[in-house]
Design a protein around this ligand. Sequence first.
Ligand code: F6R
Length: 243
Amino acid sequence: MEVIIVDHPRDAGAIVADAVAALLAQRPDAVLGLATGSTPLPVYDELVRRHREEGLSFARARAFLLDEYVGLPADHPERYRAVIERDFTGRVDLDPAAVVGPDGLAADLAAAGPAYDAAIRDAGGVDLQILGIGTDGHLAFNMPMSSLTSRTRLKTLTPRTRQDNARFFDGNVDRVPTHCLTQGLGTIAESRHAVMLGFGRGKAQAVRECVEGPVSSHWPASVLQMHPHATVIVDAEAADQLA
Ligand code: F6R
């Protein structure tokens, strides 16, 4: 596991954009793994800038999302499919049909997880997975105590997660879906290069536990310690508790 400490999240954006650009130069039809949330935004902004100003093209690339709420209508603005389109994929030349997320409207939700893992496998696997660490060390919706070998599956959202995410639903926790489909930690661990980002003091404990603590489902992102090619990029605040 390589740990890079940057002065500013912007610098992380440039480092990850370099890795994405190098990958696309080598393999224009590369498979990207995309996280939603605030942490990857400097990466997406830099990729959009390079697309607009330097001609970086995603025309043949494909992308898989980490997770999705269950039951939100197709036109709901908080579906992660809609969020990633606003934040990134709709701002570059990625083919909308090549951007895939777990099907939160599937008739058979139990089958939707394995179907998603199969789709990732059929695409050849994720070449570069972008991840944001949660304050409790979660990755995607794999909260503490999620199995380190878990696959994409249906999960019940915890009361805390629903409360945390109520801000995206007019502050009304009752509007937050009760379930999600999330890639498992085992699924995420199969990406060929995993890049995990964390910024700000609020992520410092999680970064310490996941980077330097024992590999444990208490701190889900610690699974990346076993990954053959994991890069952790943090700012000085998030790195504050590292030895
Ligand atoms: C994103 C995701 C989450 C976030 C994490 C950090 O698809 O599933 O794991 O990466 O909650 O969120 P932010 O980046 O908003 O601090």
